[in-house]
Design a protein around this ligand. Structure first.
Ligand SMILES: C[S@@+](CC[C@H](N)C(=O)[O-])C[C@H]1O[C@@H](n2cnc3c(N)ncnc32)[C@H](O)[C@@H]1O
Length: 258
């Protein structure tokens, strides 16, 4: 299916008539100028959740959906026996990661945080649409500045694109994407503080750009992490890291590759 067929199916439900033809022509104009199909449709599906995009957050990526799907069984196994798994979805954007965790891990209790007011509004909309009740709160915070609790799981897709590459997504919020010359301007302060906000045996999961794997390994070692593993995405590129706050490797079927 091409983008036009997707729009006709997902936005118009295959019902085209005189009253919505003008709107479709407008959509096709936007599409021809490179405007993202998912903004035109207004939502995406993401791991059993419908993610509304009306406030124009970052559009959830298939790489993120892939690693989250792979990670959910690891989280369940690692926190087996916990009555409640306290989760922080930091850099939430649309809230897609935290919403998918809340929907797919019934004993999770999710807190969302992001720096942008528009995303705070977007997360509220998405919590409502997906009828998610196992969430604690939404916090407007610059990285950890307004976070005060400890969490069993901190899950993060920070901005990580080097300045020169950000232009590849010209219609999405730059603050969600670019992060300095090497794309590490948010990752560095995040990783340097994350252990202070993790409970004993807590886990963190973080997405990154494949070129950053060595730099991230160095940062983690500098900050005393001994147990972390890098994983690849569906295209065979290193894309996410899971680390633990204690000297114990989380239950996974993967072997340490780096
Ligand atoms: C790559 S997007 C991830 C969005 C969503 N979690 C996802 O996976 O689709 C990064 C998010 O971090 C937020 N952000 C950027 N700088 C931040 C900061 N200093 N503190 C907190 N959030 C920030 C952006 O507003 C954006 O929503």
């Amino acid at each position: 299916m091409n983008d036009i067929q997707f729009i006709i199916k997902d936005k118009y439900n295959h019902h085209l008539n005189n009253s919505n033809l003008k709107s479709l022509i407008n959509d096709l104009n936007l599409l021809s100028r490179g405007y993202p199909r998912d903004y035109i449709i207004g939502y995406v599906n993401f791991l059993n959740c419908k993610i509304d995009l009306s406030q124009k957050p970052l559009i959830p990526r298939v790489e993120t959906e892939y690693w989250l799907e792979k990670t959910i069984p690891i989280i369940k196994e690692n926190f087996k026996g916990y009555e409640t798994i306290k989760v922080l979805d930091i850099f939430s954007g649309s809230g897609c990661i935290g919403l998918a965790i809340a929907k797919n891990i019934k004993n999770s209790l999710v807190t969302f945080s992001d720096i942008e007011n528009s995303n705070i509004k977007q997360i509220k909309i998405n919590l409502k649409i997906n009828q998610v009740k196992n969430y604690k709160k939404i916090i407007k915070s610059d990285i950890f500045s307004k976070i005060s609790s400890k969490y069993d799981l901190i899950i993060a897709n920070p901005p990580y694109v080097p300045h020169s590459d950000a232009i590849k997504a010209p219609f999405e919020p730059l603050k969600a994407i670019k992060a300095g010359k090497y794309g590490l301007d948010i990752i560095k302060p995040f990783l340097s503080q994350v252990s202070s906000f993790l409970s004993k045996n807590g886990l963190f999961v973080m997405e990154f750009h494949p070129d950053q794997v060595k730099a991230i390994k160095t940062i983690l070692i500098e900050h005393g992490f001994e147990n972390f593993q890098f994983y690849r995405d569906q295209y065979g590129r290193y894309r996410y890291v899971i680390g633990i706050n204690q000297r114990k490797v989380p239950h996974t079927n993967f072997t340490l590759e780096l």
